[in-house]
Design a binder for this molecule. Structure first.
Ligand code: ZN
Length: 170
């Protein structure tokens, strides 16, 4: 069973599948949110993450990269709404700093490196970020449409995304 089979109609998976998963994202804070959520999913279910999403947004101030880059991990570690894992929280803060240090926006940086193979992306992410192994990098890139495979070809969302995607991504 694929995500396209199980997600539609589900209270948490449904809206994510229908309107967000695999859709291109142009906003840097929204891209950063997705990266942080994928990192936090490691070892847990995506449903757990979706259920905590509002608490994550609150704790991380709507994933404002600038604000997160200046956060101290202690307040976040005390927040029962999010995943209280020091490595994951440190990774969010450190990755915000690394995005901030980029000479161009995160979105422009992704575009500048697109397209490349999954292995090349993983290598680049390992060099650029922390807590971004093969699985997390692959999931993140699939979830923002940079590598294919988010939706089955028979899924109505597949066609919807194909129409939305900028020409260079087709
Ligand atoms: Zn689908």
């Amino acid at each position: 069973m694929s995500y396209c089979d199980i997600a539609p109609g589900h209270p948490f998976h449904g809206p994510y599948h229908d309107r967000q998963y695999g859709f291109p994202i142009a906003d840097d804070d929204a891209l950063f949110e997705r990266l942080v959520l994928e990192i936090n999913q490691a070892g847990l279910s995506w449903l757990t993450i979706l259920k905590k999403r509002e608490a994550f947004r609150k704790a991380f101030r709507d994933f404002d990269i600038d604000r997160v880059s200046r956060m101290k991990p202690d307040r976040l570690l005390r927040d029962p709404g999010i995943i209280r894992n020091r490595l994951k929280i440190n990774a969010a803060i450190e990755n915000a700093r690394r995005i901030k240090a980029m000479p161009i926006s995160f979105a422009a940086w992704l575009d500048a490196h697109h397209p490349r193979s999954k292995d090349e992306w993983v290598k680049l992410f390992r060099q650029t970020f922390v807590f971004t192994g093969g699985e997390i990098t692959g999931s993140f890139l699939m979830s923002i449409g940079y590598v294919p495979g988010a939706h089955e070809e028979w899924c109505p969302v597949y066609r919807k995304i194909a129409r939305l995607r900028p020409r260079w991504m087709r």
